[in-house]
Design a protein around this ligand. Sequence first.
Ligand code: ADP
Length: 447
Amino acid sequence: MIDIRWKAVSLLCALSAICLFLWLISSATVALSIFSIGLLIYLAGHIKWLHKLHIWFKNPELKEIPEGSGVWVDVFTALLKYERSNIANQAQLSSALERFNLTANAIPDGLVILSPSNEIEWCTTHAESQLGLDLATDKNLPIVNLVRDSHFIAYLYNETYNEPFKLKSWQNSEIIFEIQLIPFASKQKLLICRDTTQLEKVDAMRRDFIANVSHELRTPLTVVGGFLETLSDMEGAVPEALKNYFAMMQEQTSRMRRIIEDLLTLSTIESSTEEPDNNEIDMGYLLKQIQNDAIGLSQSLYQGNNKKVKHKIHLDADPTLNLSGAQDELHSAFSNLVSNAIRYTPKGGEIFITWSMQDEQPVFSVRDTGIGIEQKHIDRLTERFYRVDRGRSRETGGTGLGLSIVKHILIRHQAKLEISSEIGVGSTFSVVFPKTRIMHKQVTMQA
Ligand code: ADP
């Protein structure tokens, strides 16, 4: 196709040539008049097609594109091609979008896309029915206006989404959803809402079973333990040759009792749907108590050795910082971590208990100079009965359930456990609480 510039230039050249010829055979006036009239007709033609183009742009319909004349035939043909490919692209895009919508709506989990400021941008029909949303009216509204659960709001603003969050349906409290937020692109979030009611039921049955078995075993074991103790205490009741066996039986019975107690504690904490108490805990007092218990445990572990304290146990607690939570539960979690530090630190080692603000969050941490833990075990330590060294755990009276109990207590307090360790150097277990649990204590200056 000839370039439209050449078409326009050749038309003007032809007009000029005709006028020159007229000038030669007639006069300059005639030639100039013909040239001007020709130019006017030429311009009028352009104005006409420009006007048609302008009208078409106001309502661009494919079949309404003008045909044009002269150079305008090329312009309108190019426009027609462009418009056709545009329509084809649009059709492709909308069919891709429709397929995406169909696929997304076929996923049984509800999906919601949130803007950086947590407004609903898009959601699937499952998300609409699960969370009580209506995309038609709720688009661009903040999700916290529609899902008003205070824990969900805290989870959303906390911005650490490693663990999913459990949400009871507001329409039916028997239905439990698991909410997982996944940040993507520039601070947008994908919210996945999964109905875990059935899984929760199975889990509750498992917990009930363990709790019931533990409960049933508790009484016979107490009786057996009691008889063994009475027989051992009775002069001459146990023949000398059997005394060792008796001691072993007593040791194993008390081990089983400890396991049962821990299993019961774990299932009580796990199955509790109630919020933990949010009382102000006097951390200075609580940690002093834990330090004293630790000194006692350290002594008892090395009883044969003159009852001397075998670990140096340091305490450094911020006197102005208190915590809100359930005192009994947190006492048990902190004691578990301190007792582990003692049990896995050889005599002569040191334990550092600290309570302070770190990166604007309250942190309880226990550092020891003990045997340390290989990196590959760290992620699994909070699993039930997971032990790095079974022998050592048993020797020091461990049940393998301590860190599972700690984990569940911390989940109830929206806190997280961070573990760092090096073999032969020691371990640090830190509990990081959310800022919302800080309570400032007034320290009175003494004269
Ligand atoms: P246990 O009753 O066996 O101590 P826990 O659940 O308290 O069970 O701990 C799980 C495992 O984690 C322990 O068996 C031990 O191997 C390891 N562990 C826990 N704390 C420490 C520590 N401070 N130093 C070294 N290993 C530890």
